[in-house]
Design a protein around this ligand. Structure first.
Ligand code: NAD
Ligand code: UFG
Length: 355
């Protein structure tokens, strides 16, 4: 199968490129490097010994995307491209709505004009809002989001669902009256907390500036780039008082995309899957596990709660197992081992040296 990964030079995209190539699929990547480096793709090629077609373009730019998509005519688009920092989205909502919504609209217009049928979308557990008690199942109603980033995911899910509905006539054929050449197949993937790195240590998460997320922050404390971690609150109603999350190894997540793309190729309609492990760990459990992996304790202090944090979030991952035949196989010790391997060999991420 020929796949095109928007945002494929980013954290999850680059790991998915490896999994796709290893599963025998072809990979093209479109990225504008707003939050990544082309070096990641060179390393994907090094890991797999296979070639990636790489395009430097803004996915919101229709002219460029028409050119790239007509040259590639992929069997499946996997749409990772987007801005993803929750705090930044509160400060810069206009940029977040413009980028995240526009990339999806451009892709849908191009797919309609070119007769491309399959798209897999990077959504987030954030769409469940705060109304539900975990584990979250896919049929839980979407909730109210607490930030513009979350709303962009919520809205993109809706846009893709509506486009799919308009693309399919009642007999299952393309709804040509609505301008579609083929009925769409849409797969919405709701990620829980992607962490870790490829086991080679060649690719991993390379956040710009001070990390917002727990695992890259812990990794940078462990390698000596930062003094200590601040744990955001230890007065939650959990066994150790810290929040619990469903941390999923990024290579498990990547393998989930292979299954999702293969599913999209053989089904029509809109389908949504949680990609998580189903097992929650607390902040302090993750700090301890990382200490075991790197061989020394990770310094931390207890701080105030972070605004907008939910106490508990984890997946009911049974649908992906039943329908896609996928389940996460790596646990927190592998997660921490691989995150440490990446961080200790690339202390400043891609294209940089020294601490
Ligand atoms: P990332 O920032 O590492 O990757 C996103 C990539 O998209 C980057 O390479 C960036 O340069 C590119 N990009 C952004 N806007 C673009 C545009 N207009 N044109 C071309 N390229 C563009 O982030 P990631 O962690 O790999 O996340 C991938 C996707 O998964 C995102 O949509 C994100 O919202 C979603 N997601 C991530 C998480 C997480 O915790 N990492 C959780 C849930 C969902
Ligand atoms: N945490 C700390 N200290 C830090 C960073 C995080 O204690 O320096 C804690 C948080 O309070 C939270 C846990 O670690 O309890 C995990 O926080 P992350 O920021 O790593 O992850 P979140 O669950 O808050 O956010 C993730 C994704 C978002 C997505 C959200 C909801 O990063 O993109 O899940 O699905 F929107």
């Amino acid at each position: 199968m020929k796949t095109l990964l928007t945002g494929g030079a980013g954290y999850i995209g680059s790991h998915t490129a490896v999994a796709m190539l290893e599963a025998g699929h072809e990979v093209a990547v479109v990225d504008n490097y707003v939050n990544s480096s082309a070096e990641a793709i060179s390393r994907v090629e090094k890991i797999t010994g296979k070639k990636v077609s790489l395009y430097d373009a803004d996915v919101a730019d229709k002219e460029s995307m028409m050119e790239i998509l007509s040259a590639e005519m992929p069997d499946c688009i996997i749409h990772f491209a987007g801005l993803k920092a929750v705090g930044e989205s509160v400060a810069m909502p206009v940029e977040y709505y413009r980028n995240n919504i526009d990339t999806t609209l451009t892709l849908l217009e191009c797919m309609r004009e070119l007769g491309l049928s399959n798209i897999v979308f990077s959504s987030s557990a954030t769409v469940y809002g705060e109304d539900h008690i975990p584990p979250f199942t896919e049929d839980a109603t979407k909730g109210m989001c607490t930030n513009p980033y979350g709303w962009t995911k919520w809205m993109q899910e809706q846009m893709l669902t509506d486009a799919q509905f308009s693309s399919e006539a009642s007999d299952g054929s393309a709804n040509t009256a609505n301008g579609w050449k083929t009925p769409l197949s849409v797969v919405l993937l709701r990620y829980f907390n992607p962490v870790g790195a490829h086991e080679s240590g060649l690719i991993g998460e390379d956040p710009q500036g001070i990390p917002n997320n727990l695992m890259p922050y812990i990794s940078q404390v462990a390698v000596g780039r930062r003094d200590h971690l601040t744990v955001f609150g230890n007065d939650y109603d959990t066994p150790d008082g810290t929040c619990r999350r469903d941390y999923i190894h990024v290579m498990d997540l990547a393998e989930g995309h292979v299954k999702a793309a293969e599913y999209a190729d053989t089904h029509k309609g809109t389908e949504v899957f949680n990609l998580g492990t189903g097992s929650p760990y607390s902040v302090l459990e993750m700090v301890d596990a990382f200490g075991r992996a790197c061989g020394h304790a990770v310094a931390y202090e207890i701080g105030a709660r972070r605004a907008g944090d939910v106490q508990d979030s984890w997946a009911d991952a049974s649908k992906a197992k039943a329908v896609l035949g996928w389940e996460a196989s790596r646990g927190i010790d592998e997660i921490c081992r691989d995150a440490w391997n990446w961080q200790s060999h690339n202390p400043q991420g891609y294209n940089k040296t020294g601490l």
